[in-house]
Design a protein around this ligand. Sequence first.
Ligand SMILES: N[C@@H](CCC(=O)N[C@@H](CS)C(=O)NCC(=O)O)C(=O)O
Length: 211
Amino acid sequence: MPDYKLYCFGESGNAYKVALTLELAGCAWQARFVDFFNGETRSTVFKSLNPMGEVPVLIHGDIRLSQSGVIQEYISEQTGKLGGKDAAGRREILRWILWDNHRLSSQAGMTRFLMNFMPEDKRPAEVINFTRKRLTAAYNILNTALESRDWLVGDAITAADISCCSYLYYPEPFGFERADFPAIDRWLGRISALPAWKHPYDLMPRERNED
Ligand SMILES: N[C@@H](CCC(=O)N[C@@H](CS)C(=O)NCC(=O)O)C(=O)O
């Protein structure tokens, strides 16, 4: 029986942050598919698991956690991996995770949803234009940070890199082209070259398997 159980679905970049953290930290884990596209995150049963109505949710023994950044921190605590070398490093990781959750992933996730998963006749062009502009500003901030270093914090991959890269491997268009951001492009290449790296669609289920 794997130690960790992750409520997730393949299209969720936020769940990918946790799945990839578990994988790179060498944890034994199992996925539990959540049928987001048929409303499962809004169901009473799911909300009894996470009143915030979101994946990812991680179960580890008696511990149940939501919010990817908190879960990443918990995995680092448990494994001693990916969490920074000292207090200054941990603060810097948290700073990037908060930035990512606010400025990058929330906008990327929403824009990708609106451009790809919403029925075509309901896609709000003005909202999409607005969030794409905000996203371009975020890509530039990330690209600039990565021009002078290989990893966001310290000299090896941490939870900060995992959080910030999570939406950038997905194939559906949402206004991000790797070729436009050379430092991000090289960094995504470094991450995906790690032996334990897997693409989100290879790491998390896109339909129900066994629970
Ligand atoms: N800040 C949260 C964001 C989680 C989130 O937005 N999850 C999405 C999937 S990517 C979700 O489950 N949304 C549920 C809904 O909109 O009903 C985290 O990092 O865990």
